[in-house]
Design a protein around this ligand. Structure first.
Ligand code: FHN
Length: 419
């Protein structure tokens, strides 16, 4: 069962920043002069680079332009409320000071700083929750971690050794040395046994009982469900869930990936996810100097400007019951007492949008961008199916394209009549 109160901040947030940052930012998608297909952080696996060779990247890793304050401010400006950063991805390299394994950013690189310490401070300053991604099962550096079959013989692996020597001690460090952590974001449990998922759950309970855990820890021990990457359920889903998603086609930095999604698409995805009850965890992949690509920053700031005006339609929303018809104007989000109509397709001719099958009565209509001015609307009751039909008069031009939001205040909880 979900602990409602523990999830309060997360349910309210609805929008977070994912950060994939590690040694893979150095090759940035190219190895030995050739472009490597697929997501950037998997380059070691794709090219089956021996650990001995890959680990040399640490000696070059010196992200002198890393600025924790700038990252946290960007998340804040984008209207995000939490940051989930790769403390350790599948390549096994710890992006924090680890006392149990020298293969970490403080001990193995010329940089020598602990970016997680600096981020913890910056997150505090901007009121963001700091959360850690930790690849609990795959570890391509440790001889007993999962999925490095090119260096280590799979038949000789004993997962309990990896768990005891590295996974648990590092999780303990993350949960001890950085203040309150919002959540631990596990990934790709693969064949990890029930007992290890449970151990992680228990460890969090012991060290930071308020810290959340996502479902990719495996064996149903998560506090909420992580959907597939870039995957949105087709209907409203009435449990806490989140979609992790990319801004281009990679998570870790890839210099050659220019497939940025337009701002309008990102806003549309944010609305779609929120309307179905989910959180949107949107990724940036900083480069080897520690800089978040300019394109990502620009997109996020524009989303933030839209969100500043339309925040009520996103923050703290719950799953909107599925409307029985296809919507022509766009999408809807909902919180008790308020139904938000996201008008992506502005009705250019008559400037009217309409809804039918509404069980509650509309008591007021206005644009979030101009809340002081009430919109005219006509509401008629259909006794046949005991529902209202409402036609709303919009101004001639959209106020916050690509999505201008109409708020309808309702006199009772939202339900749609049966078709
Ligand atoms: O293998 C990882 C991948 O590199 C990335 O971290 C994503 C983010 O959700 N998770 C895994 C694939 O689902």
């Amino acid at each position: 069962m979900y602990d409602v109160h523990k999830l309060d901040w997360w349910n309210e947030a609805k929008f977070g920043m994912f950060i994939h940052w590690g040694l893979y930012a150095i090759p940035a998608g190219r190895w030995k002069g050739k472009e490597v297909h697929g997501i950037g952080e998997w380059i070691m696996y794709r090219e089956q680079i021996p650990f001995k060779e890959y680990s040399q990247l640490a000696k070059e890793f010196n992200p002198v332009d890393f600025d924790a304050d700038a990252w946290a401010k960007l998340a804040y400006d984008a209207g995000m409320k939490y940051i989930v950063i790769t403390a350790k991805h599948h390549d096994g390299f710890a992006m924090f000071k680890s006392y149990c394994d020298p293969y970490n950013i403080v001990d193995a690189t010329p940089f020598k700083r602990d970016p997680m310490k600096e981020l913890a401070e910056a997150c505090k300053k901007y009121g963001l929750k700091l959360c850690f991604y930790y690849s609990q099962a795959q570890d391509w550096a440790h001889p007993h971690g999962l999925n490095n079959f090119w260096d280590y013989d799979e038949d000789k692996k004993d997962f309990s050794i990896y768990y005891k020597e590295k996974c648990e001690p590092q999780l303990r460090e993350l949960l001890t040395n950085y203040g309150p952590i919002g959540l631990i974001w596990c990934d790709t449990p693969m064949t990890m046994a029930y007992e290890y998922s449970k151990k992680i759950r228990d460890l969090i309970a012991e060290l930071q009982p308020n810290c959340l855990l996502n479902s990719r820890v495996g064996h149903n021990f998560g506090d909420y469900k992580s959907m597939g990457d870039n995957s949105i359920p087709s209907r409203s889903y009435n449990m806490p869930w989140e979609t992790p998603a990319t801004l281009n086609d990679t998570w870790g930095y890839k210099a050659g990936d220019r497939k940025w999604k337009p701002v309008a698409q990102i806003i549309r995805l944010l609305v779609d996810i929120n309307s179905k009850g989910g959180n949107y965890l949107l990724n940036v992949g900083p480069d080897a100097k520690g800089v978040i690509p300019q394109e990502s920053a620009d997109i996020l700031r524009q989303v933030g400007q839209w969100l500043k005006v339309n925040e009520d339609a996103i923050r703290n929303t719950v799953a909107c019951p599925d409307y029985p018809y296809v919507l022509n104007f766009g999408a809807m989000t909902y919180k008790p007492g308020k139904l938000f109509l996201h008008v992506f397709n502005w009705p250019d001719e008559d400037h009217i949008i309409h809804l039918q099958m509404l069980r509650p009565r509309v008591t007021k209509a206005y644009l979030l961008a101009d809340p002081g001015k009430e919109l005219n609307y006509v509401q008629t009751y259909t006794p046949g199916n005991m529902s209202y039909r409402v036609r709303i008069q919009l101004p001639e031009q959209p106020l916050t394209p690509p999505d201008t939001v109409v708020c309808l205040e309702l006199d009772s909880p939202l339900e749609w009549a049966e078709l």
